[in-house]
Structure formats: structure tokens, C-alpha cells
Ligand binder design. Sequence first.
Ligand SMILES: [Zn+2]
Length: 212
Amino acid sequence: MIHEIFPVGLLQCNCSVIGDESTREAMVIDPGDEIERVLDIVRQHGLTVKQIVVTHAHIDHVGGATKLKKATGAPNLMNQNDHALLKMLDVQAAWIGVMPPGAVVIDGSIGEGDKVRAGALEAGVLHTPGHSEGSVCLYFEPQKKLIAGDTLFAGSIGRTDLPGGSFEKIMRSLHHRVLTLPDETVVVPGHGELTTIGKERSSNPFLTHEME
Ligand SMILES: [Zn+2]
């Protein structure tokens, strides 16, 4: 499995390029910005992008999706419950003081139990609302790797004070979906350092209390 993780844009969103070493097919997860850099990495590995997957419709995760789609021809996939957020990208741009990226068209919705693929690599979609209504995590079970978007961070969890956010829902998603994964699962959060499920289960202050 080829897996390049690199922070892009003003808010340093962790973008992932994941490729199958034999078929050279790839998916790009959360192309928030710096699409030239994303394409450089794709070219360096001799990959063909087949899917663009967005964990949620915040501008720092989805801002470069249209540009990447134009460059690769790959479809944009996102959970349909974030369409309202996607419609307000210009408002989101104003929040953080960047140029609006223009409209992003989503080609397909991904929800609980769906699969996203790059060659023989396959991730299951976990619908994990809370940071936003349409937030998803991607679980590569054979590789024990979770792309968590802004649902879980090393030592913290996603903010829930933006439109569509809900503290009750993110806690439910974390306890009922994310924490059911094995301790050795490597977590790639939407921002910051990598962690593991076991480490967060035992030391994340938001997760160390049992939930009803
Ligand atoms: Zn976010």
C-alpha cells in the first residue's frame, strides 16, 4: 500500500494519496488545497487517481476537489448529508479569510457500509456524524488504518459548534463506531499527528469516560 500523508492549505488539512502498488490505481482523500503538490505526488508514484473521497464538506478538506477532478477525471465522493455545507463554501471561505474555491460538484454519495477502492485496496465507510452531519471515516481493515477526518484527533475530537455539528452525535459516533475498532488501528486524523485507537481509548480526555 502506497500511502502519502501531507498537510495542505492554510489550516493544514491532512491529505492522503493511497495507491495500489501493483495496479497503480489510487484514491485521494481530502484534497483541501495545493492540488499541484497532490498531482506531483501522484506522478512520483506513477499512479492514476480513480476516486476523490471527501470526509466532510469543510472548505479545508474539499476546497481543491474540483481542481483535482478536472486534472484527473476521477469522481468526487462525499456523504449526501453534507450537501448543505457544500452549498455554503463561499461563507466558509469568509470564515477563514481565503478565496472561495468555486462550486464543488459531488458525483456520488458514500454512506455507512459503502466501500471505496483503489485497485485491490478497499476501505469501508463509517458514517460518523457530529463534526458535521455528513462526516465519514474510512477504515482499511486489512491494513488496520482509519482515515478519521475531523471526527477524532490525537488527544482531542472535532469541534461541534459549526453548522450541522452536534456534541451528542460525535460522542455517539466515537463510542459506537470508532472505538469499536481494534486498539492497534492507526488513526490518520484530519489535522495533526497520527495516533492509534488504543492510545485514544486510554488517554483522550473526551473518550476515557464511559457513555450510556
Ligand atoms: Zn472540519
